[in-house]
Each structure stands twice: as C-alpha cells, then as structure tokens.
Ligand binder design. Structure first.
Ligand SMILES: C[S@@+](CC[C@H](N)C(=O)[O-])C[C@H]1O[C@@H](n2cnc3c(N)ncnc32)[C@H](O)[C@@H]1O
Ligand code: SF4
Ligand code: SF4
Length: 347
C-alpha cells in the first residue's frame, strides 16, 4: 500500500534552491519572488539523508538555482553522492564567466524555451533572453551534457511553438545544438501566474491538432514530448510527437519537492506543505499521516470527474494540481484536468 512507502521508494527529489530570479516571466507560477535561499546546512543534511535512503535523482531548481550563494558547494555535495543531478535553469547566467565552472560538473540541463526569438523574449520579459539561451545551449552542447528543453504553452506562444521546433531542427542539423528532447506542457494556474494567459480546453485541443498536422513530415534528431493528451495520442502515430506520461501523475508517489523556505510539497505544482525540513526528516514526512491522507484523497477515483472515461487508466484525471484544494472541502466537487477536452469536460 502506498502509505507504507519509505524514503527508499521515492525516486526524485526536487529542490527549489532559491526564490530569487534574474528574470520575471509572464507565466511564472512561483510564489511572489523573494531573495530567500534554502540554508546550506539544511541542504547538506537533506542530501545526506536522501543518499542514505538510496535516493538517486536530484533536480535543482528555483527561482534561478544558479543564484544560490553556495551553488558551487551544493554541486560538490551532489557530485560526492553520485546523484543523477539535473539543473533546471533559464540558462542565461551560464554565459557569464563567473558561472563557467558549472559546466565542469557532470549535470543534465533542463532549460526553458517558450517560442521563437521575439515571442520567447516577450514571455521572459528580456530582449536578450533568446540569444542568451541559444548561446548557453551551444556551450552545454560543446561539453556533451544532456539538454532537455521545457516549453510551456499558453496564449502568448500558442502560434509560435511549431516554428520554434523547426528552428530547433535547423540548429541541431547544423550541429550547433545537441538536444535530447523538448517537453511541451500547458501553463498551470499556480502561484503568482496570471490565469488569463491559459488556453481554454478547446484552444488546447486545437493546439494539439495543429501541432500534429504541421509536424507530420518533420524528422528532428530530438524527441518531442507533449502532454497531457487525453486520448489524443493515437492521432500522433506516424509523426514525431510522443505523449507525455508524466501526466499519469506518478509524481505524488515517486517524488517530493522542497520549497526554498524548507516546506515539503508533494510536487512543484501543489503547494500543500507536508512538513518542513527544519523540523522533520524526509522519511518521516513521506510516511506521515498527512501524506498518506493526501495521497489517498488525491488518487481516489470517486473524487475525479471522469465517469465512464475510456482512457481513465492511462490518464487518471490528468494534472489536478490547480484544483486540488477542492478535494479538502467538506462538500467536495469531483475534479479533473483543466485542459481536458473530452466529452463532458468541466470547462
Ligand atoms: C519554475 S522554473 C525554474 C527554473 C528556471 N527559472 C526556468 O525558468 O527554467 C521551471 C519551469 O517551470 C515553468 N513554469 C513556470 N511557471 C509555470 C506555470 N505557471 N505553469 C507551467 N509551467 C511553469 C518554467 O517555464 C520552467 O520551464
Ligand atoms: S519561470 Fe523561471 S526564469 Fe521565469 S521568473 Fe519564473 S523562475 Fe524565473
Ligand atoms: S475525463 Fe478524466 S481521465 Fe478522461 S481524459 Fe479527461 S481528465 Fe483524463
């Protein structure tokens, strides 16, 4: 039973090193920005404990994780534990000589690209963001480190994603970039994000159709993974697009997220504190009554508005992070993914 899991059984630890960021993106779902960093001594202990529990995969994120004052020491500790470490970064600081050392570490890079040059710069509210990201990706590629791109789909870039993919196709063909994949996810209404930028379920479905039609003859050297797809995945067959399994939402059983103030969340999209690293250990939190109850309510099919859905086993209500609070109300309403475009969707 899930509630009996120990720290051994979760795979990935996400750590938000800092709330500070050098950009101010239109869609950013973090809480209000502040310059609070996760204390280094807490971090050392956390990484020690994750290691003792046979944890393997670490994702360092933010804000902008490179702005943590002890980033070098943190990478040293992560390396000493032999974690499979990914750095989730907007990458712009990697062009600065002060951060050249980061490329000496054996890390994977998760970077964000949200459209063609003009669109990306508008979303990132920085007129150099695109050029600076491409330059940083070239440096990472030269060092043969893995690059996973993450693209967040929303109103400002919905018409730019296909052109962005073709441009990435050109840059990889010219061998300027080596990319493992581009993961394309819709924007979520979390933290300080502006919900008005979200696509409706119908617009999201149209986006998937358009993406499918326009990429049929595209043969990139990198994977393109899109999700959630609500049963649409069979339409992608024969083309380059794959459906994103993460929306089967294993995240709640397989990972924990540490916020920059030490609060422990089930995932970066669910700001529901299960404890704080200053007061409790990871294994205690994972096994606590609060976590067990949370998982139980979250995963209970009767709380999902997906009656008779033929793809439920694969989808399991999609990403319900935005609406999870509904589940804790006394007269709770069943919920499902805000982007679900199947018959009977609640949009
Ligand atoms: C929070 S950022 C942290 C790392 C780094 N600052 C960056 O932008 O890549 C991690 C990823 O979350 C994405 N993101 C931010 N706000 C989001 C939202 N409201 N919905 C979905 N994804 C979001 C970003 O675009 C980025 O790809
Ligand atoms: S999305 Fe990333 S780069 Fe943009 S403001 Fe948020 S944390 Fe910073
Ligand atoms: S009805 Fe529920 S299970 Fe079916 S596709 Fe929509 S969100 Fe997924």
């Amino acid at each position: 039973m899930r509630g009996k899991q120990t720290v051994d059984s979760f795979d990935v630890l996400y750590i938000e090193l800092t709330g500070n960021c050098n950009l101010n993106c239109v869609h950013c779902g973090n809480e209000e920005e502040n310059s609070k960093h996760l204390g280094f001594s807490h971090l050392e202990r956390l990484l020690e404990e994750f290691n003792a529990g046979h944890g393997k995969k670490l994702v360092l994120t933010g804000g902008e994780p490179l702005l943590h004052p002890n980033i070098r020491e943190i990478l040293d500790v992560a390396t000493s534990h032999n974690y499979n470490t990914k750095l989730s970064t907007n990458a712009s600081l990697l062009n600065h000589p002060r951060f050249a050392f980061v490329l000496d570490y054996d890390l994977g890079f998760r970077v964000s690209l949200d459209g063609t040059s003009e669109v990306h710069n508008k979303i990132r509210r920085n007129f150099q963001a695109y050029d600076s990201l491409i330059a940083a990706m070239e440096k990472i590629s030269e060092r043969e480190r893995q690059i996973v791109i993450r693209t967040t789909v929303m109103k400002p870039n919905v018409d730019s994603v296909v052109d962005m993919l073709f441009e990435l196709g050109r840059l990889t063909k010219e061998n300027r970039l080596k990319i493992y994949s581009d993961n394309i996810w819709p924007m979520r209404n979390i933290g300080k994000a502006d919900a008005a930028l979200m696509l409706s379920a119908t617009e999201y479905q149209k986006f998937l159709k358009d993406l499918n039609q326009r990429t049929r003859n595209f043969h990139p050297s990198f994977k393109i993974i899109v999700g959630p797809t609500f049963g649409f995945e069979s339409e992608f067959e024969g083309g380059p697009i794959q459906s994103n399994q993460i929306y089967k939402c294993d995240i709640i059983n397989a990972s924990l997220h540490i916020a920059h103030n030490g609060d422990i969340y089930p995932c970066s999209f669910i700001h529901h504190p299960l404890g704080n690293i200053a007061e409790t250990s990871l294994s205690e939190v994972f096994r606590s009554e609060k976590s067990v109850q949370f998982r139980k309510i979250f995963l209970d099919r009767s709380n999902h508005d997906c009656d008779d859905c033929t793809v439920y086993e694969a989808c399991q209500a999609g990403c319900i992070a935005e609406r999870y609070r509904e589940l804790f109300k006394p007269n709770r309403q069943p919920i499902k993914d805000a982007y679900c475009f199947r018959e009977g969707s609640c949009e």
